[in-house]
Design a protein around this ligand. Sequence first.
Ligand code: PEP
Ligand code: MN
Length: 386
Amino acid sequence: MTALELDIAARPRLRLALPQKNHRPSFIEQLLPLAKENVSMIVVMRSNATEEELNAVLARIQEHGLQGRVTCGEERNIVGVIGATIPSTLQEELERFPGVQEAVRITRPYKLAAREFHPQDTIVQVGDVAIGGGSFVVIAGPCAVESEAQIMATAFAVREAGAHMLRGGAFKPRSSPYTFRGLGEEGLRLLAQARAETGLPIVTEVMTPTDVELVARYADVLQIGARNMQNFQLLEEVGRSGKPALLKRGMSATIEEWLLSAEYIIAQGNPNVILCERGIRTFETATRNTMDLNAVALAKRRSHLPIIADPSHGTGKWYLVPPLALASLAAGADGVMIEVHPDPDRATSDGGQSLTCENFAALMPQMTALAGTLGRRGVFWLNIER
Ligand code: PEP
Ligand code: MN
């Protein structure tokens, strides 16, 4: 044995690294310690790799003046390489070691949200609805919950048309303090009533960390609005709640900033994050925002998280919603969120970008047909009574 091997053999941490029989750590348990140390590379060991093979990998990492951290996963151990400068040849070198399945360089500042870390699509399960992993999910409903009659009429109409979830804001972030800012808890109660009567899970916005507990009692998915994408205390509180989160992209946020915000939620132990592209501010004034479909396709490549597109806020015009909903599907979105109102001209907010129930019903078969053509699982698989 060389001095180095002796040194490694003497470290008790190595024995802890071997899989323990009854504990199957989640990907966050396995990867969070590495993410916190700003890991630069991960070495995935084969499930049948021996302790000697693991030790040989660690020894080589140390020979390069780097540190290796072993974490034990559901099926296999992985070794995180910690160190600022990784030699360009290290990846190839480690992949030649027996027992190594692959070595992956971690290049992004976000880790838990990155596909580099977690290659498989994350599927967020909301009741019977699975978001991500090849399905196409439709969330529909008014911008704001206004009254019992309005939310019930919309809920039944969108369910009839084939939507999978109901949206509606009870706490509304409005640019002006003099416009309708939502019904508050009464709005949440009406949403819960709509869910009880239609079976549709509900998505609704939470605006402040102190409201998370309240909103989480009613909602199936907590929406974090564009204006709050970098409200870090809110992100962490939603993370701690463990509820699925729909994280809207800030209107001036880069894709990297958006994924770093997702990282805040996941780092609290909540992997149930759904990204939502809702348009960004550009020089163009003809539309409310510019629907950034680049971001839809790129976020799917950079991250394992599901992504929903919101062409209502992305365009600001109801007649642009159907074409951009279809385009989002083609760009790879895992679903769309669409504002629908039984009487858009009288809506308290976002009437100009809301589809009528009839127009929404006309769009659904087009989306279903396109989803079929693209080989996506259809949208009519929800297991509720109609
Ligand atoms: C909304 O969904 O009604 C909303 C306020 O969205 P955003 O945060 O994207 O503006
Ligand atoms: Mn709105």
